[in-house]
Every structure is written in structure tokens, then in C-alpha cells.
Ligand binder design. Structure first.
Ligand code: PLZ
Length: 449
């Protein structure tokens, strides 16, 4: 057991270094993993076999004193860095004032402030409103509710490789069966799937891929039945798939012309991650509704639906909410985090990180044919690994490389429908030195397999 006295404080002042003092996992981490195995449901997995005790800047420190380079940000959450001082101060202040009243019982200012901030920073200058929730999946559920109520229609279209959550409706929207859906059905009805633009694998232009998707939507669903189209502007769990230019604008245009609500799921791509405040800005689209979570509150659980005021206002009073939605501590954290995103150069830093990561991975690709594709925007970059001869996805290689990186103290995440993508989602607070060292470890792991 680690006592408070021996526990390092987190935040940006932690030594920014990779430091291995034991094997991964070390004995203290192993102790926790043993307890986890007997106390926590087997369905709840983990990527790195460590017992985290502190994190900040670009590192995670474990109970054995190892300092690991964090290239995942807790799945794109701690974008401004773990335990950011402004978030810590805002949370401490709020927690001492009050922890909960329930916004639906006795409202408070920070919730309204977060809604105002979201209405301001999300794409488009039309009148907007927001509602706050606890998790990404809950935001997606509510975006669909809101779109159905507004349109009076029921069907929802999601895309191949899409990921939208683990609740019943969001499992239905999610494409991949293992591990997200298998055995957990029956799933929500009136969910349909359209083909995505996946330039590396379909070779289609954005216009042609959109034509194909729209044809499927028109023939298999019909605009008269369709409440909403939901899409991640850059697919996250599905493999960091960047659609070809023109694909998203064509979908938005079709939705506008057909009375269909266009929902951008920016839960993974939002808040400076892609080198724009939102990935919709990368593609020049203005969604009707946008779902956010993850990076929004510096690690505190908060999520939101933001969108056109007339759509957001279509639900009757009392139709939207939840006990904890827009919890005051999470809202205080979000106000601090949004301030950091806007005023501490986070968008610019994401772009710099993108140049570094892409440069390093493209160099790797040039010397190793198993790196089939390098793609992404800003600090959301991935490499897709394939069999050098056949071009088939190589999930085994990907898993082996990721495992070797973690053993060497570099936390990387995999993703992709075929499990053959390593994604890089570093905290924007990391250093170039840590990124370069992390990439050295990835390159060495690849060379060794
Ligand atoms: N929409 C685009 O990326 C969450 C999932 C991790 P929650 N992605 C990480 C896992 O294996 O559970 C995500 C996302 C997009 C929705 C969600 C769901 O967000 O906060 O996990 O519910």
C-alpha cells in the first residue's frame, strides 16, 4: 500500500523523464493487479499493467517509482496535462463550496458558464444551446433523443468503423462487435450503417465515397424516416480514419437538404486535439449538433451536447437531464480547462506535435513496408500496420509492438476495426524530448519484431 506521505504529487512539475526502476509491472503494481483480478469484473480490461500514483506533463508515475511516457492521455482526456494547476485549483475551490445540488433542483453558475463557453467555441456562429451530461455515451444518447424530438423521425445512421459508446443505443451505433457488442444484444432498433470514406483502403475520392454512403442511406433508410446522421469527423476507436476531402461536406449538405440532423461526435477529436479546436473545423463543416466529453474538463467526468438553438429547444421541459449531469466540480474543472485550451496555446501545440509525430512515423514508413499508412491531424496521429507482402492488416504485429513499448515504459494505445493501428494521443503538455524518446522506443520495438 502506498501512503500519502510517499506518494509523489502529480502535475507538470513531475520530472519529465522515462525512468524504469523495476520491470513493468513492478512488485507494487503486481500486487494491485492481483487485487484487481479478484475484485474487479473481468470485463473491465487495462492497457498498461501499472498502479498509477501520479501523472502530469507527459508522464505517468507508478507505485514502484517507474515514470512512463504517456502517449495516450487516458484515451484523449488529459489533453491539457494531468493535474493541470488551474484545474486543481478550480476543483479544490468548488469542492469546498458545494459538491452537488443537482442542476435540475437548484441551478448554479458554472453549468451555465460551461454552456456559454461551448456555444461560443464550437463551430458555427448561429444561435446555440447546450446540455451537460456525465459521459460520452450519455451525450450521444441525448443527441439522438434531441434529434428525434426535433424531427419527429426515428432512424439514425452511423458509419462503418464508428465508435459511440458502450450503452445500449451507443453499442448499436458502434460498428465493431468484439469487444464492444459481442453477447450484449439485443441492440436498439432504427439504427442503420453506411459506408465510410477510408482512403487507404477504399481508394475513393471524398465525393465518390459520399455518393456511395448517400445512396445506401436513401435506398435502405430514406430521408423521410431519418432523424440524424452521426459521425466522428475523424474516426477514433475505429482506426483514426481521416475521410477523403469533400466526404463530410457532402454529407452535411445532403442532411441540410433533407431535413436530417447532422451530429458530429467530437468526443475524441474535440478540444484542440486535431490542431483545431474541433475536427469539424479541419474539414470546414458546421454540424447541427456536436457531442463533446473527454478533453473538456481536464480529466473530470463531463460531457455535452451543443447545437442549433431551435433543435436543442425542441425537447419539452424536464425531457433532458440526469442527477449528476453538469456536476459543479466537473463544471469548475471544465471552465478552467477551456481557459487553458483557449489561452495557453493548445491548438498551436497540437499542430507542432502533429508535425513531429507525422515526421517520425513517415520516416519509419519509408524504411519499413509494414507501416502501411500514417495519418491523422494534430496530436491525433496513427500508424496502420500491415503484412508487407499482402497489405493485409497485421493485428499480431501491432499488439506485439504495443506490448513491447509498454514494457519499455512507453504507454501507447492500439485501435482499429482490424486491431492493426497504433494511435498517438499525447497530452499537449508533453515535451518534444519525451515524444522523440517515445518514438525511438516504438521504432526499436518494431525493428525487433
Ligand atoms: N464517442 C468518438 O471516442 C469514447 C472508449 C474507450 P465515454 N472512446 C473511448 C472504451 O473502450 O470504452 C468515445 C468516443 C467517441 C463516444 C465515446 C464514449 O465516451 O465517455 O467512454 O462514454
Amino acid at each position: 500500500m502506498i501512503t500519502v506521505a510517499t506518494m509523489p504529487l502529480g502535475g507538470p512539475s513531475l520530472p519529465q523523464e522515462r525512468r524504469l526502476v523495476t520491470a513493468i509491472p513492478g512488485p507494487r503494481s503486481q500486487e494491485l493487479l492481483d487485487r484487481k483480478a479478484s475484485a474487479v469484473a473481468a470485463g473491465v480490461g487495462h492497457t498498461a499493467p501499472v498502479h498509477a500514483v501520479a501523472a502530469g506533463g507527459g508522464v505517468i508515475v507508478d507505485a514502484d517509482g517507474n515514470s512512463l511516457i504517456d502517449l495516450g492521455s487516458g484515451i484523449a482526456v488529459t489533453s491539457i496535462g494531468n493535474a493541470h494547476p488551474k484545474v486543481v485549483a478550480a476543483v479544490q475551490e468548488q469542492v469546498a463550496q458545494f459538491t452537488h445540488t443537482c442542476f435540475m433542483v437548484a441551478p448554479y453558475e458554472s453549468y451555465v458558464g460551461v454552456a456559454e463557453a461551448l456555444n461560443r467555441v464550437t463551430p458555427g456562429d448561429h444561435g446555440k444551446k447546450s446540455a451537460l451530461f456525465n459521459s460520452g455515451a450519455e451525450a450521444v444518447e441525448n443527441a439522438v433523443k434531441i434529434a428525434r424530438k426535433f424531427t419527429g423521425k426515428q432512424a439514425v445512421v452511423a458509419f462503418d468503423h464508428g465508435y459511440h459508446g458502450r450503452t445500449n443505443l451507443t453499442m448499436a451505433l458502434t460498428a465493431k462487435s468484439m469487444p464492444y457488442k459481442s453477447g450484449f444484444g439485443p441492440f436498439a432498433s432504427e439504427v442503420y450503417r453506411a459506408p465510410l470514406s477510408y482512403p487507404y483502403r477504399d481508394g475513393l475520392s471524398g465525393a465518390d465515397a459520399a455518393k456511395k454512403a448517400i445512396s445506401v442511406i436513401e435506398k435502405q433508410v430514406g430521408a423521410d424516416n431519418l432523424a440524424a446522421v452521426i459521425i466522428e469527423p475523424i474516426q477514433g476507436e475505429g482506426g483514426f480514419i481521416v475521410p477523403a476531402d469533400g466526404f463530410l461536406p457532402a454529407l452535411v449538405e445532403w442532411c441540410r437538404a433533407n431535413g436530417v440532423v447532422f451530429i458530429a461526435d467530437e468526443i475524441q477529436t474535440g478540444f484542440a486535439r486535431t490542431g483545431e479546436m474541433f475536427a469539424s473545423d479541419v474539414f470546414g463543416i458546421v454540424p447541427d449538433l456536436i457531442t463533446t466529453a473527454k478533453g473538456i474538463a481536464g480529466g473530470m467526468p463531463l460531457a455535452a451536447v451543443t447545437g442549433r438553438a431551435e433543435i436543442m429547444d425542441a425537447s419539452h421541459a424536464g425531457g433532458l437531464g440526469g442527477t449528476y449531469g453538469g456536476n459543479p466540480v466537473a463544471c469548475a474543472a471544465a471552465l478552467a480547462a477551456i481557459d487553458v485550451f483557449e489561452n495557453e496555446g493548445m491548438v498551436e501545440r497540437a499542430r507542432e506535435i502533429g508535425v513531429l509525430l507525422k515526421g517520425r512515423l513517415e520516416a519509419l514508413q519509408a524504411s519499413d513496408a509494414r507501416v502501411g499508412d500514417v495519418r491523422g491531424h494534430g496530436a491525433m496521429i496513427a500508424a496502420e500496420f500491415v503484412d508487407a507482402e499482402t497489405g493485409e492488416p497485421d493485428a499480431a504485429l501491432t499488439a506485439a509492438v504495443a506490448k513491447a513499448c509498454i514494457a519499455e515504459g512507453v504507454i501507447v494505445l492500439t485501435c482499429g476495426t482490424y486491431g492493426n493501428v497504433i494511435r498517438f494521443l499525447p497530452p499537449l503538455s508533453t515535451t518534444d524530448d519525451l515524444l522523440n524518446e517515445g518514438l525511438d522506443v516504438v521504432a526499436a520495438a518494431l525493428a525487433a519484431h
